[in-house]
Design a protein around this ligand. Structure first.
Ligand SMILES: [Zn+2]
Length: 120
């Protein structure tokens, strides 16, 4: 197999820089937009309580929500304020400190997500 020398080339046009992903002029490129609005979950929303590997501390974990990163972050914020607890949103997973499965489940259902309890 020979190396693909073309991939080493720096692409450019008269109008300026070219996106390395889509080869469109940066001005016309939609990659950043697409990435930003990429839906993270598969829509099979699961609410689970996790204690393993957390020094006995309990967290409520929400996975599978079919939202993009920005909307998921906003949802995480809503859920945290609803529960009055801290937490994070990372890699498409919402974590809320403490056992708030019922509250989170109801909040998700009210927001139109077909959420289900998962595990214990
Ligand atoms: Zn692009």
């Amino acid at each position: 197999m020979s190396a693909h020398g073309f991939s080493k080339l720096v692409y450019s046009t008269e109008s300026g820089r070219v996106c390395p992903d889509c080869k469109q002029a940066v001005d016309a490129c939609a990659c950043a937009q697409t990435k930003k609005s990429a839906v993270l979950g598969n829509g099979q929303v699961k609410v689970a309580r996790q204690t393993k590997g957390r020094g006995g501390k309990c967290v409520t974990v929400v996975t599978g929500v079919a939202l993009d990163a920005e909307a998921l972050g906003a949802l995480g914020k809503q859920l945290r304020s609803r529960c009055g607890a801290g937490g994070t949103v990372k890699d498409g997973v919402i974590e809320i400190q403490g056992d708030h499965c019922e509250v989170v489940l109801q909040a998700l259902l009210q927001a139109g997500h077909a959420a289900k309890r998962s595990g214990g």
